[in-house]
Design a protein around this ligand. Structure first.
Ligand SMILES: [Zn+2]
Length: 285
């Protein structure tokens, strides 16, 4: 065997070993990683959020979130969870809150302490956020609880489903704003970058059929926020938990006033959202 042939042989053996060592490892992580999704239909049967006529926001959010759940459930690449169904909070959450009440409170308070400390040192900058309804202490605790649960259970993305409104004279009033908005965490939070990509993929899908909000503070339809507990206020979501909150439209919009167009809208919104989620996690599809 001459020297250059020996060199070539050694090179080939090393190349093969390198190839065999790295290729399966890479393939494994992309094939076997099950993506864990937590769907949160906004509000609940006790505190139902916005209302137009006799239509309550909590029923609308449940309808859309359940559709998204049913779509993703069929896809083996996802392990999908939902916080409530038609019977109320699902078992894992109905059990979690009474058992974890004090722990959630401690979780909330210590997260706040960290950020308030950063604010006082100037290393966290407070921004003006889009105005939202003030939540009661009870609801706040529930939302921090979802975040704590998502961190503990290795959730890859939390999707909050909402319909928008703003103060109007009565429940039959039709407001001037319309369109959808996707909220994502402020850039100073550790989960911001990936959440923004997920938000963009969902936005791109919804935009195929719906127009972004015409409310000045939701201009463009992709809105970052640091006060919404749902998407990780006070840094309460781990870096690996992406979070978005979707306001699918204003609650009084025409498509919801008739049952047939209302059901069609729920289905479309769910399909587009599921496609956005799939496109984000599996971009090569
Ligand atoms: Zn809402």
């Amino acid at each position: 065997m001459n020297r250059s042939f020996a060199k070539l042989l050694i090179f080939l053996i090393f190349s093969l070993a390198f190839f065999l060592f790295f290729l399966p490892a890479k393939a494994d992580t992309s094939v076997n990683k099950i993506i864990k999704i937590l769907l949160v239909p906004g509000h609940d049967n006790q505190v139902w959020g916005a209302q137009y006529g006799n239509t309550k926001e909590a029923d609308m959010t449940l309808a859309v979130a359940t559709e998204i759940y049913n779509i993703l459930k069929l896809d083996k690449r996802f392990d999908v969870h939902i916080t409530r169904d038609k019977n109320g909070y699902t078992k894992e959450f109905a059990d979690y809150f009474p058992a974890q009440k004090d722990a959630i409170l401690t979780f909330e308070q210590s997260a706040k302490k960290v950020i308030l400390n950063k604010i006082s040192k100037g290393s966290f900058i407070q921004k003006i956020n889009t105005p939202h309804h003030k939540v009661t202490e009870d609801i706040a605790l529930r939302l921090y609880g979802f975040n704590k649960w998502a961190n503990e259970n290795g959730i890859d993305a939390v999707i909050h489903v909402h319909f928008n409104d703003y103060p109007l004279p009565n429940k039959w009033s039709i407001g001037q704003y319309k369109g959808f908005a996707v909220y994502m965490p402020d850039t100073q939070f550790t989960n911001a970058k990936e959440s923004a990509k997920l938000a963009t993929d969902i936005f791109t899908q919804l935009h195929k059929k719906y127009s972004p909000s015409n409310y000045k503070q939701e201009k463009g339809g992709l809105v970052s926020d640091q006060k919404l507990i749902a998407i990780g206020a006070y840094g309460t979501l781990s870096a690996s938990v992406r979070s978005v909150l979707i306001e699918y439209s204003y609650i009084y919009e025409k498509m919801f006033r008739v049952k047939s167009t209302r059901l069609e809208a729920y289905q479309n919104m769910a399909n587009l959202t599921a496609t956005g989620i799939e496109n984000y996690f599996f971009p090569n599809k």
